[in-house]
Design a binder for this molecule. Structure first.
Ligand SMILES: Cc1cc2nc3c(=O)[nH]c(=O)nc-3n(C[C@H](O)[C@H](O)[C@H](O)COP(=O)(O)O)c2cc1C
Length: 340
């Protein structure tokens, strides 16, 4: 495992999901194509399909579905099926999770479909399983401040190390300001993306070094996402959502202030979902930390630093379905009977 860390850092060869659409159900609405965060779907004769290669300038990459199920969750006709999984067999990005399956909280030997299982769950569990990142917004309808306040208030009651509440929220409902932020983020992300996608020897060496130092920024799925939102027509960093909430962490927070920021954000997203709002984490907003102009404009100075952001809005199409997810390793001490 130790040596794995140094191998296959740059666009590691991967296995992808099998993605199928039921032609009898599919109406060719194209919502799945619009929402796919990696731009991996295309419409051919009004029928969606997965691309097998991805073109960036004159470079061509082998790609496929990575199984985020975003298309599945927005499909109004329930026409999409995803099987198999995204898996990297070797190298630094070697997959350590087990294959995905739908929620099975009772560990049933013959798992029931979610619609049957749902009635035995608490409301909280239903929200957790059915919340999805929504990337398709009704751009004409703003979220009223009262509702934003309800979301923020849920964030305030998240646990934080030492009860320090080490963050501030910056709520942006001004379209021009969101566009200005996008204008600053895009060139930064494009530069980063260009280094990753380049095929020259220096690109590979630089990516290798960066992957050793900060492996979280060099996963190929992140770069497919960056390429999509920073380059393709109709796509946007904040998915055209009318409200952006930046979460600026206070570096003086006890323990790890970034963990506290993530928890407050998740509290807000679950509440947003319960209120019928659409939401999505936007980690790419951290690029604003490199923009002196925006930091000044948004009053982000010591001790604050943008840790993440969430977007809110009314959904263009509800995204409220349970999906399959990989199983992370679970290690019990002592061993648990149900795992045998
Ligand atoms: C820390 C963090 C950062 C994320 N950043 C982005 C982002 O910048 N853009 C985006 O479209 N989705 C972003 N996402 C959403 C993930 O892609 C999404 O949660 C994942 O694919 C699982 O889908 P689900 O939320 O529907 O379960 C982010 C999620 C997290 C937790």
């Amino acid at each position: 495992m130790f040596l794995e860390r140094f191998r296959k850092t740059h666009i590691p060869p991967a296995e992808f999901c099998a993605w199928t659409v039921n032609p009898e159900r599919c109406t060719g609405c194209g919502l799945c194509v619009q929402t796919c965060p990696g731009n991996l779907l295309e419409l051919a004769d009004k029928s969606p399909r997965v691309k097998t290669t991805y073109r960036v300038g004159d470079l061509e990459f082998k790609v496929g579905c990575v199984g985020c199920y975003n298309c599945f969750s927005v499909c109004p006709e329930d026409a999409i099926r995803i099987t198999g999984r995204y898996r990297v067999p070797r190298g630094l990005y070697k997959t350590l999770t087990e294959p995905p399956f739908f929620p099975n909280p009772f560990r049933e030997k013959e798992p029931r479909p979610f619609v049957e299982l749902e009635k035995d769950l608490t409301e909280m569990e239903r929200i957790i399983y059915k919340r999805r990142s929504n990337r398709l917004y009704n751009q004409k309808k703003q979220v009223p401040p009262e509702l934003v306040h309800r979301v923020l208030e849920a964030g305030r009651f998240a646990p934080s190390a030492g009860n320090t509440i080490p963050y501030k929220y910056i709520v942006i409902q001004d379209r021009a300001l969101i566009d200005e932020m996008t204008g600053e983020i895009v060139p930064i992300l494009r530069r980063f993306n260009k280094i990753y996608l380049g095929r020259r020897l220096w690109n590979k060496i630089l990516v290798w070094i960066m992957a050793q130092v900060a492996p979280e920024g060099m996963d190929q799925r992140i770069h497919a996402g960056i390429y999509t939102v920073a380059n393709l027509p109709g796509r946007e960093i904040f998915h055209h959502a009318p409200t952006v909430i930046l979460i600026a962490g206070d570096k003086r927070g006890a323990s790890d202030y970034r963990v506290d920021c993530a928890i407050t954000a998740q509290n807000m997203m679950l509440t947003a979902h319960a209120l019928g709002l659409a939401s999505c984490f936007i980690g790419y907003s951290t690029a604003l930390n490199f923009s002196r102009k925006m930091k000044k404009k948004l009053n982000i100075r010591w001790p604050y630093k943008i840790v993440t952001s969430i977007i809110l809005g009314y959904p263009k199409i509800p995204s409220d379905k349970a999906v399959a997810r990989d199983m992370p390793p679970i290690e019990w001490h002592p061993k648990n009977k149900i795992d045998e």
